[in-house]
Design a protein around this ligand. Structure first.
Ligand code: PEP
Ligand code: MG
Length: 591
């Protein structure tokens, strides 16, 4: 029977799939370091009481953590929560609790050192016992004391960029700035307690091509440093203390994933043409200049979104024009003759600059973000625009304005573009003013005003990450509402259709650079809607291109009519899966 083969210590945690793939390795908790550097020091009599209560508080915190884990464990896994019940009992065990208090008193030492010595003795005693039950208890004592110890020593933040072992990062949360510091060759994958599907953290994980699961709620409390864990980024599951059998199963799954990916990658350099022969450029989104290579490796037809704000994060000042110009020029030259869509600074929201006093807005997503910030900080904006116009000399540059919600913003941005050009002229620097200008359609008001806005620009790019956030009122980084973040919501489909119809009538190009474009199952709908260009994390380019090659647009158009009649996300998702899911599973992933 299966339950005999399962180690009761194996624990499965369910989270949000943020970046596909499987990795198996040791856990490294980033916000809980310093546990093993414990000092011994003398605690004089007058401080003894304080030291004792410090220990008691740490035990209480450890107990609260364990209680929360037990309460949060789903019904089905209750047998696994037993181990934590045992830990709760051990917290107040005389051998551990009583002896530590005694040691603080009698040896006049600090709580950490007292706990350490008591645990060392208890461990040695249990380990020497014949009975395997008691030997197991030794492990439990160590885990419990580690938990108390962490609460005693407090969490020391670690600089992610300095991590130099092949590990799986386990963190409560990683900001987009943290994530962009991750050194690819050092980190196998990462998991976090917080975070939603369309958060920038999860987008970066996809770009880095490392498996990631977010929104696990409890990972940092359940997982200890050096624990063996499996991260299945494809299905959003993390397995702690896997059994031999589970390990084998996931090693095989991982190999299968890699081999399928390799098959798809082999065809990624072919153009993406529908069965009728319409060619659709499939481009890559990048956050940092170095990622251009990844777009080319994955067969991208250009850069559809260069998120320039990452060059402003993790530093204490604004980059200078020269610095920006050099980076942009690199990107433009490497990708030429293919186009680069440089999006102007989309700072704040979840990507705040560190050195600005006005940070700490109550509603950052609705605050001084993106174009609003740039129109207020004109010198910062003009510096960037000058750098872009100078880089434009070296290839095909387009400018994309983020978070446009009114026509004035376009007018003002254009005026500043002129100003940038004139100042470059005056300074006698080489530049190119004739660059295409587009806007992100990611705020509902821009959807409604698409017809008037179309007269002002050369192209639109739909940002579904924010469009969904703002029109369905769902924080894109919040795990609690991640289940509501559904691109196939009928309201979203209607909005995209409206924008597509307007773009067609006005004769301007329509792109999509939100993550909706990265899921191959959406391809038939997007083709039928009349999207002219798709852009996504580089990793998704090959599979999306393969899907495009399978689709007849005429057939997809008929299908779109059916889908638009449906009134719920679930119905539309089912309709699409029934019709195209099999094609995706069999013809793309298997041949
Ligand atoms: C979007 O909002 O869909 C988008 C592409 O921009 P970002 O994810 O950088 O906000
Ligand atoms: Mg956006």
């Amino acid at each position: 029977m299966t339950h005999h083969t399962k180690d009761p210590r194996e624990i499965r945690l369910a989270g949000i799939s943020a970046s596909p793939g499987i990795c198996i390795g040791k856990a490294y908790l980033v916000d809980r370091e310093g546990v093993d550097v414990i000092r011994r020091y003398h605690v004089p009599a007058e401080n003894r009481k304080k030291e004792i209560s410090r220990f008691k508080v740490a035990v209480k915190r450890a107990k609260d953590e364990l209680r929360a884990i037990i309460d949060d464990t789903p019904e089905d896994f209750h047998q696994h929560a037993n181990i934590f019940e045992t830990h709760v009992l051990l917290l107040k065990d005389k051998m551990l609790y009583g002896k530590t208090l005694e040691a603080i008193e009698s040896k006049e030492i600090n709580a950490e050192w007292a706990l350490k010595t008591v645990v060392a003795k208890a461990k040695a005693m249990f380990r020497s016992m014949e009975d395997s039950y008691f030997r197991q208890r030794a492990d439990d004592i160590v885990q419990v004391s580690d938990r108390i110890m962490r609460n005693l020593t407090g969490a020391e933040p670690v600089n992610i960029a300095d991590i130099n072992k092949r590990v799986i990062l386990v963190a409560r949360d990683l900001s987009p700035a943290d994530t962009s510091q991750i050194q690819l060759e050092r980190i196998m994958g990462f998991i976090t307690d917080r975070g939603g599907k369309a958060s920038h953290t999860s987008i970066i994980a996809r770009t880095l091509e490392i498996p990631a699961v977010l929104g696990l709620k409890n990972a940092t409390r359940v997982i200890e440093n050096d624990d063996l864990i499996i991260v299945d980024g494809t299905s959003g599951v993390v397995i702690l203390h896997p059994t031999e059998q589970t390990l084998v199963e996931f090693e095989e799954k991982g190999l299968l994933y890699e081999s399928r990916k390799a098959v798809i990658a082999r065809r990624s350099h072919l153009p993406a043409e529908t069965l009728e022969g319409r060619r659709l450029p499939v481009m890559g989104n990048i956050e940092l200049p170095e990622e251009v290579v990844s777009v080319l490796d994955h067969g991208g037809d250009g850069i559809g979104l260069y998120r320039t704000e990452f060059q402003y994060l993790g530093r204490m000042d604004f980059p200078r024009e020269e610095e920006l110009f050099e980076k942009y020029k690199d990107v433009v030259e490497v990708i030429a003759p293919l186009p680069v869509t440089i999006r102007t600074l989309d700072i704040n929201g979840d990507k705040a600059v560190q050195f600005e006093p006005e940070n700490g807005e109550e509603n950052p997503a609705l605050g001084l973000r993106a174009i609003r910030y740039c129109l207020k900080k004109r010198d910062v904006f003009v510096t960037q625009l000058r750098a872009i116009l100078r880089a434009a000399v070296y290839g095909r540059v387009r400018i994309l304005l983020p978070m446009i919600s009114s026509c004035e913003e376009i007018t003002q941005a254009k005026a500043l573009l002129d100003e940038a050009a004139q100042s470059l002229e005056k300074d006698g620097l080489k530049y190119k003013r004739e660059v295409e200008l587009g806007i992100m359609i990611e705020v509902p008001s821009a959807v409604i005003l698409a017809d008037v806005m179309a007269d002002e620009v050369d192209f639109f790019s739909i940002g579904t990450n924010d469009l969904i956030q703002y029109s369905l009122a769902i924080d894109r980084g919040n795990r609690e509402v991640a289940y509501l973040f559904r691109p196939l919501h009928p309201a979203i489909l209607r909005m995209v259709k409206h924008v597509a119809d307007v773009a067609k009538a006005k004769g301007i190009r329509l792109a999509m650079c939100g993550e909706m474009a990265a899921d191959p199952i959406h391809v038939p709908i997007l083709l039928a809607l009349g999207l002219d260009e798709l852009s996504m994390n580089p990793q998704s380019i090959p599979v999306v291109k393969s899907m495009i090659r399978m689709i007849s647009e005429d057939e997809a158009k008929g299908f779109l009519e059916e889908a638009l009649k449906e009134t719920t996300s679930s119905r539309i998702e089912k309709l699409i899966n029934d019709r195209f899911g099999k094609m995706l599973a069999e013809r793309i992933y298997h041949d």
